[in-house]
Design a protein around this ligand. Structure first.
Ligand code: SF4
Length: 327
């Protein structure tokens, strides 16, 4: 095993990341190798990204009634989950949510709306107004997650002060048809390419625990590298009652840690932000996500599920002698 550890560390430190064969080995490592793995990933994270942890927060700005059928999502057309459903909230409510997020220590704030694309010009301008205020008045980095946006919409939002576009690929191209049948993978890939080309910082990752294999996880990681995404949000399935994923429990906390570690080694110098499902999937191993290579996490509530109090995350970070990255 010794040549393996040297090889993956060298690949991450000096060659832009490990290849797909080593990524598969990382995911299959036995429990006894976990500390050795974290020893490598902690060094890689620290070298490229330092010890400052980035905190992000979101507002659910438009909920439910989505035309798409993503199996994990409580807002999808297949879902019978009992969640609040509402049209786009007004710009002032978005700004208010950003203000609370800033008080919780977030440096980035994202406006998230259900659906495959933004509706009317009126909706878009509402988001533009909020983005401008959040960025100018609160000084937060702004992000939107509004589906697959055309180039002119991205350009408009950037002109209003937007920094980042979030759009997940969710899983590998091979596994995607088992997750969503209402649009194809290329639509998502094109949206990511469009956002990159328009000059946005691109936040694009996926959700794990849907029934995908280790090969699918590595395939997704490699696609994200090809697309040169800037930041990778990592979600773990929190199977909501009433969705097709209800009752699904695929991941152990150690598997989640190895997924984060694999992503760090494939993407040595990118942000890796652990988001939805971390509390229920990582449980008491949450603090190991940073040694595994995470550079950030989401604080506050998720779209339709609750997060834990922000003070607990702040305490976890300071207990680890890490710091919260400031603006
Ligand atoms: S993940 Fe997005 S596109 Fe898919 S069902 Fe949920 S809101 Fe719609």
């Amino acid at each position: 095993m010794e040549p393996f550890w040297g090889r993956i560390e060298h690949a991450a430190m000096a060659e832009g990341g490990i290849g797909d064969e080593d990524a598969l080995v990382v995911l299959a490592l036995p429990r006894e190798s976990l500390w050795r793995l974290l020893d490598v990933t902690e060094r890689v994270r620290s070298r490229f990204k330092g010890d400052g942890i980035r905190l992000c927060s979101i507002v659910n700005a438009k909920s439910g009634h989505c035309s798409e059928d993503c199996s994990f999502c409580s807002q999808s057309r297949r879902s019978k989950a009992d969640i609040p459903k509402f049209p786009l909230i007004d710009a002032e409510s978005m700004v208010e949510a950003a203000r609370s997020a800033k008080e919780r220590g977030a440096r980035e704030f994202s406006i998230v709306a259900s659906g495959l694309s933004m509706g009317s010009r009126e909706e878009l301008e509402k988001v533009g107004d909020a983005v401008e205020k959040i960025s100018r008045e609160l000084g937060l980095e702004t992000c939107v997650s509004l589906g697959t946006l055309p180039a002119e919409t991205v350009a408009y939002l950037i002109s209003r002060g937007l920094r980042s576009i979030h759009h997940n690929l969710e899983t590998s191209r091979s596994f995607f048809p088992s997750v969503c049948t209402t649009h194809d993978y290329d639509r998502d890939v094109d949206a990511v390419r469009t956002a990159k080309k328009a000059g946005a910082w691109v936040c694009c990752g996926g959700i794990f625990g849907l029934g995908e294999s280790d090969a699918d996880r590595v395939e997704l990681a490699m696609t994200l590298r090809e697309l040169d995404v800037d930041s990778i949000p990592v979600n773990f399935l929190n199977p909501v009652e009433g969705t097709p994923s209800e009752g699904k429990r695929e991941l152990t906390p150690i598997q989640c840690i190895k997924i984060i570690a694999m992503l760090r080694l494939v993407h040595p110098d990118r942000e890796i932000i652990v988001c939805g499902g971390r509390e229920v999937n990582l449980r008491d191993l949450q603090c190991l996500m940073f040694a595994a290579g995470a550079t950030g996490t989401m604080v506050g509530n998720y779209l339709t599920t609750s997060g834990r109090p922000g003070e607990e995350d702040q305490r976890m970070i300071s207990d680890l002698s890490l710091s919260v990255r400031s603006l």
